[in-house]
Design a protein around this ligand. Structure first.
Ligand SMILES: Nc1ncnc2c1ncn2[C@@H]1O[C@H](COP(=O)(O)OP(=O)(O)OP(=O)(O)O)[C@@H](O)[C@H]1O
Ligand SMILES: [Mg+2]
Length: 235
């Protein structure tokens, strides 16, 4: 399902993104260079409005950059057809968001099955794959539950299971712990740290949440559309 990658590196070079609204221009990304490697958990931190979500969206190809190049492990996003980008994303990227984004009318298992169905996984393979990933996130017994029957932390575990079930190479997390209390947030980061990081996988986490900075291999600081500094964390 996921692609055989040509390179171990995700590389963004001189990426610019402006938004125009009512004659006013916001410089959301000002010539940003950013790299991440397979096997690494990179955190992007910075004040509100500094461009973190915009950077994630440009990396995921859900927003197109005005200028610059985006190379995802050998797949060049810049200039690719939108159908090729959508198809790459479906096979190779998993998403985890602050508000979980589970579909309320579907059970946990059905929510988790979505990436498998989109990727054409054989029907007989789907149930065992869901069971396996639900047990990895520690809520096997919630297979038939609906999202509203779960706590916030449990809903985020389902969202993690959905992000991982098709074994993507890149996991993109936008404020994964912001809607959770401190202890639940730490549990969620432990799960992301242990399940998501693998030698053939890269995890990028955007966060405001100082309590989870310690889970990063590297931290990149953004401010006003620029990367100001970065530091390697000694874990
Ligand atoms: N679709 C849009 N249209 C117009 N302006 C936008 C749009 N999306 C983002 N912006 C602007 O671009 C800038 C960067 O926004 P972005 O969402 O990337 O910030 P952020 O760092 O993720 O902030 P937060 O921590 O609050 O989520 C902000 O000034 C924002 O208002
Ligand atoms: Mg944001």
């Amino acid at each position: 399902m996921p692609d055989q990658l040509e390179s171990k590196e995700l590389k963004i070079t001189a990426v610019t993104k402006n938004f125009s609204q009512g004659g006013e221009v916001t410089h959301a990304l000002r010539s940003v260079d950013f790299q991440a490697r397979l096997g690494e958990l990179v955190m992007i931190v910075g004040p509100s409005g500094s461009g973190k979500t915009t950077l994630l969206s440009v990396i995921a190809g859900t927003l197109s950059a005005d200028m610059g190049t985006i190379d995802l492990f050998g797949f060049t996003l810049s200039g690719a057809k939108s159908s090729a980008i959508t198809s790459f994303r479906k096979r190779n990227i998993g998403f985890i968001f602050q508000q979980f984004h589970l579909i309320p009318t579907l059970t946990c298992a059905e929510n988790i099955s979505i990436p498998l169905i989109l990727n054409g996984v054989a029907p007989e393979e789907i149930k065992p794959r869901i069971k396996e990933v639900l047990s990895e996130v520690g809520i096997e017994e919630k297979y038939n539950a609906f999202p509203k029957q779960l706590s916030g932390g449990q809903q985020q575990r389902v969202a993690i299971a959905r992000a991982l079930v098709h074994h993507p190479h890149l996991i993109i997390c936008d404020e994964p712990t912001s809607a959770l209390d401190a202890e639940t947030g730490s549990n969620i980061m432990e799960i992301i740290r242990h399940l998501a990081i693998a030698k053939d996988r890269c995890v990028i986490v955007v966060t405001h949440d100082a309590r989870i900075f310690k889970y990063a291999d590297r931290t990149v600081n953004m401010d006003d559309g620029r990367i100001r500094s970065e530091e390697k964390n000694h874990r």
